[in-house]
Write a protein that binds this ligand. Structure first.
Ligand code: NDP
Length: 400
């Protein structure tokens, strides 16, 4: 039985569930679990197309014993983890204890330390290998699709890649002065951290939002300010493509977002250090999350598009070549199809197709892998029809 278990009933979980439900020939049976089971039930009630009832379950994914009981009860072939990065290790541990394959979209982060890296998950490679299981890490859009774009470019378009710039633009407008398009805690931890990029084997650190460029995005999106950030896919891509001499990550932010973020930072609201408030310990960033709009509620009001891609500078047939591979995704179209805006959509669709690759054996191997370690071709062949078509453009100049 090709049963899949999805954990996390947020915006991304909603999209993964919708996409699995569109493909009952692959996902024969689906279980949907989260900390708050009513959220699972609500999302499931909106799925009309799946031929079998979708089971919902309550689980605290911080608790390995609870996860083990859940996995033993359903014996899924694969667990898709779209809860939070804090749960990666407990879910992987439960997979090892019960003989289940694993997929996620974000690398592990400790709730009290705003720093993420692949080390603790890569350290489980031998254990997954010995157990004859696969763990596929970072199969969202970035990380995920962007890694697969790099692998595809290296395999099919270039003889050598010298530099990669990953460019993430959300040109959507939700009408709020300040809100985040995915989990606010994870998002704010990411953008308030120092910037970092890779050059000639070294990591060069910048102050948060110190380096800015204006980029003219295609298909009517136009010129936007974007800022250099550290992003997790650079860690695995520089490991798996050591020929790459420089890699940077850029994300667009509007002036209103930045102005609010600066003010929140200045007053200490983005801190993860606990403070005492009326005799109770609270974490300012978690409190801020509670007062900000729920990203899942942004779907109906967000208009505009996302444009995420990679700009590659390298060599093909002894000629220098520039290539820009990108996807454009429309917030309202994503919402009409799945009830979630494009940031959740662009994450959930690659996760569901990655799950298909594992379920069908098109991607296989025992151990812990990043997506770029598998053949990009079957994935690229299908991702357009799953909802994320891609464009390959050949700009005439280098990315400055
Ligand atoms: P949300 O916050 O909307 O949803 C997360 C869900 O996980 C919530 O429903 C929450 O349940 C559930 N959850 C949290 N803690 C637990 C727990 N201990 N046990 C069980 N369930 C739990 O986040 P998103 O849907 O926006 O993001 C999901 C994941 O996708 C995150 O890891 C995020 O980092 C990643 N992501 C990856 C991207 C990529 O391109 N690679 C881009 C965007 C996101 P409850 O509501 O009941 O508390």
């Amino acid at each position: 039985m090709n049963r899949v278990l999805i954990i996390g009933a947020g915006g991304v979980g909603r999209v993964v569930l919708n996409k699995c439900a569109q493909h009952p020939e692959i996902f024969e049976d689906v279980v949907f679990a989260s900390r708050t089971v009513s959220k699972c039930e609500k999302i499931v009630s909106e799925i009309k197309s799946f031929p079998k009832p979708i089971t919902t379950e309550q689980v605290d994914a911080d608790d390995v014993d609870q996860l083990v009981r859940l996995f033993e009860k359903y014996q899924p072939k694969l667990v898709i983890n779209v809860a939070l990065p804090y749960q990666d290790l407990t879910i992987m541990e439960a997979c090892l204890k019960t003989g289940v394959n694993y997929l996620d979209t974000a690398n592990y982060e400790h709730p009290d330390i705003p720093k993420f890296c692949y080390a603790p998950q890569w350290a489980m490679h031998e254990r997954f290998k010995e157990a004859g299981l696969t763990a596929l890490l970072g199969c969202g859009f970035d990380p995920g699709m962007t890694n697969i774009y790099v692998a595809y470019a290296r395999k099919n378009l270039f003889d050598r890649i010298d530099t990669v710039d990953i460019i993430d633009c959300n040109a959507g407008d939700h009408g709020y002065p300040f809100a985040t398009n995915f989990n606010p805690e994870i998002n704010i931890r990411e953008v308030t951290a120092k910037g970092r990029y890779y050059q000639q084997g070294e990591w060069i650190e910048t102050e948060p939002m110190e380096v800015m460029r204006v980029f003219d995005f295609p298909e009517g999106i136009g010129a936007k300010d974007m800022y250099l950030l550290y992003h997790e896919e650079m860690e695995s891509l520089t490991k798996h493509f050591p020929e790459i001499k420089r890699m940077r990550f850029w994300m667009t932010f509007g002036q209103s977002y930045l102005m609010h973020l600066r003010a929140l930072q200045n007053v200490g609201m983005t801190s993860v250090e606990p403070i005492l408030y009326q005799g109770q310990e609270i974490i300012p960033l978690q409190f801020l999350k509670a007062v900000l709009p729920d990203p899942a509620s942004l779907g109906p009001r967000t208009v505009g598009k996302t444009c995420i891609g990679i700009w590659v500078d390298g060599v093909k047939n002894e000629q220098r070549q520039f290539t820009y591979i990108y996807n454009i995704c429309d917030h309202q179209e994503s919402y009409r199809e799945t009830g979630a805006q494009a940031v959740s959509y662009t994450t959930g669709v690659p996760a569901a197709l990655g799950a298909k690759m594992l379920m069908t054996g098109q991607w296989s191997g025992h151990g812990v892998f990043n997506v770029e370690e598998f053949d990009p071709d079957p994935f690229m062949k299908e991702i357009g029809s799953w909802g994320l078509p891609w464009v390959v453009a050949y700009p005439e100049k280098a990315f400055e």
